[in-house]
Design a protein around this ligand. Structure first.
Ligand SMILES: C[S@@+](CC[C@H](N)C(=O)[O-])C[C@H]1O[C@@H](n2cnc3c(N)ncnc32)[C@H](O)[C@@H]1O
Length: 252
């Protein structure tokens, strides 16, 4: 890794959640199994919960971050491919999009719609050469990586000088009322919709875990600091409705 100011200390995105797994070592295993077991429901769930975070929102966020026709893109933690799909529309035939994810089953769903074979790998250890991409995206998965410092160092490494990174995440609103509303929706309504729509307890657990990781995630300033520590410049956070956070940075 060739990030100029890489910090060797570890920064997991959230503390251990003992209701799901015993320690950080078992977190990776839990997350991988959870996404593998729910891959077939994922597209249905994100359509049903929508809440503004659908394909339209993803596309607007990509445009706001600076994605343009002709760029070569890496979409990390692509899942079934909703971000990659919007990227393909924006970059057009002159550009390219590679989808990458740790879950075999998520990529198996993606394979049915993506023209380029997706790559199974971890955000913290990307099998791509230095300076390969103009743009790197990660949609709703930063909470699931093992370590923010390792992840951002890899993102820095695979981007070209001047390349852009976009992290889309959900953030608990600052106001007590907003937080209560979002918590009720994501922690109660969405898991119930997921259970009723799929009849799968795993899908319900996925959506419960979704909120629990949002609530326990390190705050936006820590994410911005970690991006800067990896070497990114012009790091900024654009936030919509106090919930939809878009972190953007540029490789110097
Ligand atoms: C909530 S889904 C997001 C999918 C898609 N990006 C979207 O916008 O809907 C999270 C994805 O992150 C993947 N993931 C979790 N940890 C990962 C890691 N360390 N490296 C790569 N992918 C990871 C999961 O397998 C899952 O497909």
């Amino acid at each position: 890794m060739n990030s100029p100011n890489q910090d060797s200390s570890q920064l997991p995105p959230h503390q251990v959640l003992p209701q799901y797994y015993a320690d950080q070592q078992h977190r990776r295993e839990f997350v991988s199994t959870l996404f593998d077991d729910t891959a077939k429901y994922y597209d249905w769930i994100i359509k049903a919960m929508s809440f503004g975070s659908g394909t339209w929102y993803r596309k607007q966020a990509l445009l706001r971050a600076g994605l343009r026709p002709g760029m070569n893109v890496l979409d990390v933690a692509s899942g079934t491919g909703p971000v990659s799909q919007s990227e393909r529309e924006i970059v057009g035939p002159a550009g390219s999009v590679i989808s990458a994810d740790r879950s075999y089953n998520m990529l198996d769903v993606a394979r049915k719609t993506v023209p380029t074979p997706p790559v199974q790998c971890s955000a913290e250890d990307l099998p791509f050469r230095d300076g390969q991409f103009d743009f790197l995206s990660m949609g709703y998965a930063l909470r699931h990586v093992d370590d923010l410092n390792d992840t951002f160092a890899e993102y820095y490494r695979v981007l070209k000088p001047g390349g852009l990174v976009l992290i889309m995440e959900l953030t608990p609103p600052k106001s007590a009322v907003g937080r209560k509303f979002v918590k009720f929706y994501l922690n109660s309504v969405v898991p119930t919709i997921a259970l009723l729509g799929t009849r799968s307890e795993d899908a319900k657990t996925l959506m419960k875990y979704f909120w629990d990781t949002i609530e326990s995630c390190v705050p936006p300033p820590s994410i911005i600091e970690a991006m800067k520590r990896a070497g990114f410049v012009d790091v900024r956070r654009h936030c919509i409705s106090g919930v939809f956070s878009e972190y953007v940075g540029r490789k110097a």
